[in-house]
Structures are given as C-alpha cells and as structure tokens.
Write a protein that binds this ligand. Structure first.
Ligand code: SF4
Length: 362
C-alpha cells in the first residue's frame, strides 16, 4: 500500500508526520502547480467548486507517481465538501485509475470513527498506538500553524526584505526534526524565537484581516501567495483560520485563539445560523476586526462557493453599519495573479486614504 493525499496548506507536514509515526508507506504529490490545476480542471465537473478540481489534479499526480491508495479528509454540514471524496473517487475511476479510497472523517464526527479509519491505513497498529501518534503529531501540527501565524504578524515590520521568509524556513526545519512530545515543545519555543529574532523597523502599518473559504485561505499557490505579497507591502495580517483550527474538534480555534461559539455570537446580528463551510465565521471575524479598528478585509471565495456567496451578500450592510472596506476576490482556474494584484493595489490605496482622512478628522 502506498498512500497519497491532496495538498491543503500545511496538511502535507501533518500527514507526513502521522504516517511516519504509524510506519505507513506514503507519497506526497508534487506541490500544486499550473499543471495540477489544468489536470483537475480537465477531468472535474465544470461547475464543481475550485478546490475539488485542484484536489483531483493533486491525486492524479500522486497516482501517476505510483500511489495505490488515496487518503481524503471527510466533511460534514451543508456544503459540497462532504461529497468531495465520493466525487473524486468516481472521476478518477472514470479516467482509468485503480486505487483504494480511505476517507478520514474529521475527529469532530467522533474520535473513535476517525481512529478506526486511520487503522485501515495502519492495520498492524492498535487503536491506542494510533491515538498516541495522533495526539503527539497534533502538537507538532499546532506548532507549525502557530509559527505561520507569527510570520504573518512579523513580515510587515521586517527591516530587510525576505528575512521573515528565510526565518520561516529555518523554523519549519527545526519543527520537522522534533519527534517526542518534549522535543516538539522545545522545538516550538525555538521556532517562535527564530521568527521573533527577525530585525524590525518601526512603522505605522495598515491592519488587514483575511477571511473566506478555508481551502483558498490555506493553500498559497491558489491564493497567489498574497499573504507574502501584502506582508512585503508592510501590511500587518490576521487570518481567520489555520489548518488545526479547522480540524480541531470541539469548536476551539487554538491557533487563532478563540472559539467558533464566540465568532458565531459576533456574527449573530447579520447571520444567525450555520450556512456551511466558513460562511458564518467569515461574518463573525469581519465584525470582530471592524470593532478592533482594522483598516480593511480581504475575502477569498472559490467560484460557486455557496457559504461564501451568502456571506458576501451581507457585506454591504456590514460596510454601511461598521464602516470597514471589504475586497472580495473570486478564485477559479481562470483567475490570473496580475488581475488579483491590480485589485489589491487599488484596495491598499483606498485603505491608506481612508486612514489619512480619519487622522485628519481626529
Ligand atoms: S466551502 Fe465552498 S468551495 Fe469549499 S467545499 Fe464548500 S461549497 Fe465548495
């Protein structure tokens, strides 16, 4: 058995660590590229959401390199993510691939179900051994996300361009070498210290929140690396979701540092019920950041994404009442980086002018 899986942000580091602990033979597909996207777009249904197309491209590349088993995260709730595994299964079989699909239902559905699915990948391990591997691997995955969050908050202030990105690479290397819980704990401290050691300059940065559909937020290739672009423009960033926040059972967002309950409470005056995916969280985070005085919001959604379309329809009311500019960027296989950057440049000018006016008025 050789297992492959689709990319999504830092999931390759989480699954590589887990599979190594469980002695599962695995193959990380090549990083997402334009070739991946064109493969996915060629074979996926035309109106499928964009992340499904990219996932299919990843899996084709993994299966072509010799994998014979696909591990896919399951989903719940009223959005199409819950059907991804089944659609991928059918599309890949239709084009001639022969493989086994194992759906890892998220721990939120039930820890026992999750562990039993993992056991299909590691039949020689006991449920207890799998639980221990997940428990320790999870600590490392959270640390990887914490480092990513610190990077977003640091890049805007770096004195020398590129220092934060270089520090990020060094920090990830330190974390990747940690195995035991104790090693992970000290690697986390060291990794965060590496990011904190980046030389800073004083500057009055715009503060921007990034929200939207989780896959687009987490996968830098499909969002055109805009976090790095905005950081290089001297903009302080907060992102609404990290991989371990999204996977975490119990509604806590350990990396962002809040709970879904609190975010949904903030969303309540505008959207009082779950609409699938991150729709309600999108509204809640915007409301919180508007109250904290952020200069603007960048919202990402894949073409045809139902939860984010619902959220987007509420933005004019939020803007009127809370006075916060929001830029929505719709992403699919036709979207080009140049168009996205042009819109971002205009949005940055708008936020700078708005801030100047506010300072003059005060
Ligand atoms: S959140 Fe949107 S893009 Fe993501 S799976 Fe659901 S419908 Fe598709």
């Amino acid at each position: 058995m050789k297992v492959t899986f689709p990319h999504m942000g830092t999931i390759d580091s989480l699954l590589s660590d887990l599979f190594t602990r469980l002695e599962i033979d695995f193959l990380v597909p090549p990083k997402t590229s334009t070739k991946t996207i064109s493969l996915g777009a060629r074979y996926a249904p035309e109106f499928a959401c964009f992340p499904l197309k990219v996932n299919i491209g990843n899996l084709i590349e993994g299966l072509d390199l010799g994998a014979d088993t696909v591990a896919m995260v399951g989903g719940l709730g009223p959005c199409r993510f819950g059907f991804y595994a089944e659609v991928q299964n059918r599309v890949l079989r239709d084009i001639g691939y022969d493989f086994e699909m194992i759906v890892l239902e998220p721990p939120a559905i039930g820890m026992k179900i999750f562990l039993e699915r993992c056991r299909r990948l590691a039949p020689k391990k006991s449920l207890w051994q799998i639980f221990q591997a997940v428990r320790i691997g999870w600590k490392k995955a959270v640390a990887v996300d914490e480092v990513e969050k610190r990077v977003l908050q640091t890049r805007a202030f770096e004195r020398k361009k590129g220092d934060t990105t270089r520090a990020h690479r060094r920090a990830l290397k330190v974390l990747s070498e940690a195995v035991t819980a104790e090693e992970i704990r000290s690697a986390r401290e060291e990794a965060l210290a590496i990011i904190d050691s980046v030389e800073r300059r004083e500057q009055d940065s715009l503060r921007v929140g990034i929200v939207g559909e989780f896959y687009i937020l987490l996968e830098p290739f499909v969002n055109f690396g805009i976090e790095e672009y905005l950081g290089n423009e001297g903009i302080y960033l907060e992102r609404s979701v990290y991989l371990t926040d999204w996977l975490n059972p119990g509604g806590k967002k350990p990396v962002f540092g809040t709970t879904r309950e609190k975010i949904h409470h903030a969303a309540e005056p505008y959207l009082a019920h779950f609409v699938g995916g991150e729709g309600q969280d999108t509204i809640g985070h915007i409301v919180e950041w508007a109250r904290e005085g952020f200069d603007g919001i960048i919202h990402f959604l894949p073409f045809t994404c139902m939860p984010e379309i619902i959220a987007k329809s509420i933005f004019p009311k939020i803007d009127r009442e809370l006075d916060i500019p929001i830029l929505s960027l719709v992403i699919d296989e036709q979207t080009g980086r140049a168009g996205v950057i042009t819109r971002l440049e205009a949005f940055i000018d708008l936020m700078r002018n708005k801030r100047k006016k506010r300072l003059v008025a005060s």
